[in-house]
Unconditional design. Sequence first.
Length: 533
Amino acid sequence: MGSLGHCCVGGLPRLGAKTGSEPGSPDFKASRLPPPLAAFAVLAMGILWSIMGGAVLLATDSMQDASSKHTHFALSAVCLLVGAFTTHGLAGRMRHAPLMQDLAEEASHSAHSWRFWQPFKGGKAFVATQALGWALFATALCSLAWLFTQVASGIAYYVQYWVVMTSSIMLAGQVVLGISIFCYKRKELKQGVQTTIAMASWSSVMRTWNLWAPILMFYVPVHMFAAVFSISFLLLPLNYAAAFWVGSMTVYYLSTTVGEPEHTGRREWPRLQEWLLARLEPALAEWFGSVDVVYEGTDQLDMGHRYVFGYHPHGLFPIGAPYLKLLSKFKELFPNVDPVPLVATVCFYTPVVRDFCSWCGVRQVARKSFVKALRERGSVLLVPGGQAELVHTWRLFGRKELVVHCRHKGFIKVAAEEGAALVPIAVLGEVSTLRNLIDAPWLQHWSYKRLGFPVPYLLVGRWGFTPFPRPTCLRFIVGQPIPMPPEACVDGQVNHDIVDKLHKQYFDQVEALFRKHMPTFPGYENLQLVMIR
């Protein structure tokens, strides 16, 4: 995402652009990160240098010859010097240098900007922490010099204790110097300049957060939980790790299953949905390139009717099904409907994932929740192809085939019982965003039929190994609603001939939507559409 971290404030040059500086001082360009984040990143580098210096110093305890110890003492001193100057010089410059040319010019006339040498300036807290930090730095340097002379003389005593103490002082000095940077105050700046800098920095941070947060929320939880679970068994003894997960998961599931939220939606969080409604579409457009919702129908969807939206294809991770209703373009096209997304049961078994599903108003794809949501909210959205369609996703990459599974009729029967119209949705782009790291079609088909879930299942996307989706355009095409005839269900008895007719009509329209839009969609021009009937 080349534009992350780049923004303009009030028509001024972008944050972090090269500005005027003092003669002889380097210019630092920090356009990749907002200044506060850049300062923290450089501060972490300084602390890392001190940790490296301490590690080098501690390694001398196992050495016998004086020349090796002297070399390590010198390397430790170099780490100490580089770390201190990185923390105080570079991190300080990142944190306090003027962000824009006009602010730099104003600061040069009316106030001092950040300088490496500025005694007794910056406020009492800054002066105090600077004094303590540099005192610790000097103490560590003197201690290294003393160790060097003692080892050279061959009469060193308690070297092990001196090494540990010096390493601790090195780290403490770096931390205190880092704290001092955030205590610095430029009182001499003209009124409003500091406020402008702070607002510009904060604006850049918030823009970056708004572009990343929705992507992290939707695409990372599965991998995050799997990683934490695996690492816990690698780092902890087996009995400790097992006891931790059994105990914590028991409490977790007992506290999050009260009231059957997977069927009733009782954990729905409207404020989170409003937050996503304002940020999701810009984040997706920034990440994927474009996001579009197209309506191919002519009839306006009325809140007095019921609708069953069918989402095709399923793909490896059809995350668009839960967030489609949160897109502003969908809200503009269909202001009178608010479909409840229905997802696979496994989503409510997985920690963290179940929470986001519940908060976003997603429910389990089961007859109980299907009927309840349809009667309460008037519409639902589900993925009819299910995992039977998921196991064919590999054909997109291996054979250049886009597969739609058309054999399921259960959702049409429920729609007939409830008198709901059928609304097909053809989705282009999403199935290309992620792929299974291991393609083993025969094993995945077998495990799906035996276990109800395909194995192996390890999703990767951008850069070939991350859970982040590949950049590709997204297009959601909503078709013309197919009305449900009254005779489709009489006295609770479904007319199967009418269901079969509706089933054919529905998937014929799905096929027509794909064939109309695939030739004009980037990357799908040469794909073959396969309808498994």
